[in-house]
Design a protein around this ligand. Structure first.
Ligand code: ADP
Length: 382
């Protein structure tokens, strides 16, 4: 009769399982990118390296014999040594893990590490071991620093550009005014003389050029000022549009435009800026009308998930699809200055206003004729 020793079997497979687990753990220990080490705390309170993983050796450039069994004082140089000893003591005193950031000049290069130390206590409440790990954050820190530096530079450049834009548009208007006034005076004086040749014509040119420059500079100034003194306010958009329509009443009546405005939402908006947007869109619809066709402008609104979509639709001359993007850029115009007056800034102002509202603005063709300027405004601006 054969008997099977099941106890022996169990013990054997248990040891096999432990061995297997041990192998896996030491594989993880030596392949993990983070530095891991264990320190025995001896009876005199000295910290002795009892185990280090491969990443520790790679980072320090030391070999196992130079570390295992050695006191931390022999391995870690000052000033790091005093710092880490302080943290070890805190971990033991508070009986909890402690972490800190450390810059270490390893032989493999200067590294920034996130160090964590956890104390292990015996039954007599004496700390017998410290387990430590160092997560290398050199790259992410360097990257964050570079990003921060670049952001600072961009902000500085932006500020300089804004200032320059403001000064240019504001200060240049002064000498222009002077040119304009004196050319008017000159024109008056010339009109009293008999033979003035082409002088009057030349003065007309000077006047119209300076007038146009005034328009451009005024546009630049408006563009620059947007976003300077922002005030978010709960506003009824119907009231906002009403103010704009009242301001434009003269030109609306002159061209007998029909303006249809349904019930619009009440939202948190930058009211002054949004008024400027409606003013630009509606006055463009009037300006870019089709000759001999009664103007119809319609404003619509629709609630989407977390935003509102608003459209300003006209039956004017429309815009070719290839220019849909370009028209929102500063100084981009699709017409000659003698066809339609303008600085090419109105739609870039609209874009800036909608950026402030975390929204989007675009243009589509209206069917059968005209343009549809659509924009979104977030529901939850705070
Ligand atoms: P401006 O009207 O001063 O030229 P905008 O930035 O307001 O500048 O508009 C840019 C260009 O987009 C205009 O020159 C015009 O060609 C085109 N545009 C704007 N609005 C309309 C519209 N409602 N219908 C047709 N074209 C338009």
């Amino acid at each position: 009769m054969t008997s099977v020793n099941t106890e022996g079997f169990k013990a054997e497979s248990y040891y096999q399982m432990l061995e297997e687990k041990d192998k896996i753990l030491s594989l993880i220990y030596d392949t993990v990118g983070d530095v891991i080490f264990a320190l025995n705390v001896n009876s005199t309170g000295e910290y002795i390296f009892s185990s280090v993983n491969q990443s520790f050796l790679n980072a320090t450039g030391l070999n196992r014999d130079q570390v295992i069994g050695k006191n931390v004082k022999e391995v870690i140089p000052e000033p790091s040594l005093s710092l880490v000893l302080g943290h070890y003591e805190t971990a033991i005193r508070t009986k909890s893990s402690v972490s800190w950031e450390e810059i270490t000049p390893y032989p493999t290069g200067r590294k920034i590490g996130e160090v964590r130390i956890a104390p292990i206590f015996d039954q007599n409440d004496r700390c017998k071991m410290l387990i430590g790990s160092v997560h290398d954050i050199t790259e992410s820190r360097n990257y964050a620093k570079k990003l921060e530096d670049s952001m600072e530079k961009v902000a500085q450049k932006n500020y300089e550009l804004e200032q320059m834009g403001y000064v240019t548009s504001h200060d240049l208007r002064e000498p222009l005014n002077t040119i304009q006034s004196f050319s008017m005076l000159l024109k008056e004086e010339l009109s009293e003389l008999d033979n003035i040749g082409n002088s009057e014509k030349y003065l007309e040119f000077i006047n119209s050029a300076t007038g146009r420059m005034q328009v451009l500079l005024k546009g630049m100034l408006d563009y620059n000022v947007i976003g300077k003194q922002l005030q978010l306010k709960r506003s009824d958009l119907n009231a906002v549009v009403d103010v704009v329509l009242a301001d434009l009443a003269g030109s609306i009546m002159k061209v007998e435009a029909e303006v249809i405005v349904p019930e619009l939402p009440t939202l948190n908006v930058y009211e002054t800026e949004l008024r400027l947007l409606f003013q630009n869109l509606i006055s463009n619809s009037i300006k870019y009308r089709q000759p001999d066709v009664p103007i119809k402008i319609e404003i619509t609104s629709e609630q989407l998930d977390e935003k509102w979509k608003i459209e300003v639709i006209d039956n004017g001359i429309g815009i070719e699809e290839e220019y849909f993007e370009r028209v929102f850029h500063v100084f981009q115009r699709l017409h000659k200055k003698n066809e339609f007056e303008g600085a090419g800034i109105g739609l870039s102002i609209c874009k800036k206003v909608i950026d402030l509202h975390d929204g989007q603005i675009w243009v589509e063709k209206n069917q059968p004729q005209g343009s549809k300027f659509c924009f979104t405004i977030s529901n939850e601006l705070v």
